[in-house]
Design a protein. Sequence first.
Length: 99
Amino acid sequence: MALPAPTDAELDTAIKARLAILGIDLDQLPPGTTADPETGAPGRDTVMASLRSFMRGSVAALAAYQLPAPDGTSPASEPALSQQRAPMLYPSIATEWRK
């Protein structure tokens, strides 16, 4: 069963919560869709509409992407292989700082 698409209100709540975690306050933007004439900052409603569009389109497409499995891989193990980390170019650098 497919999940229903989130409503605008649900997306607004998720977006504002995520931005608040990052320390971004949308209330500092001018209200409405009109940009601030002094700074050129977009209106709050314009920003929210853009972020909702991004969440509905790009995030879903990125979340659905799976790396291709090598030829000859059984279909049952393809999802697990696509979740593996990519090999590091210089693994010694990363392992040293984790000690």
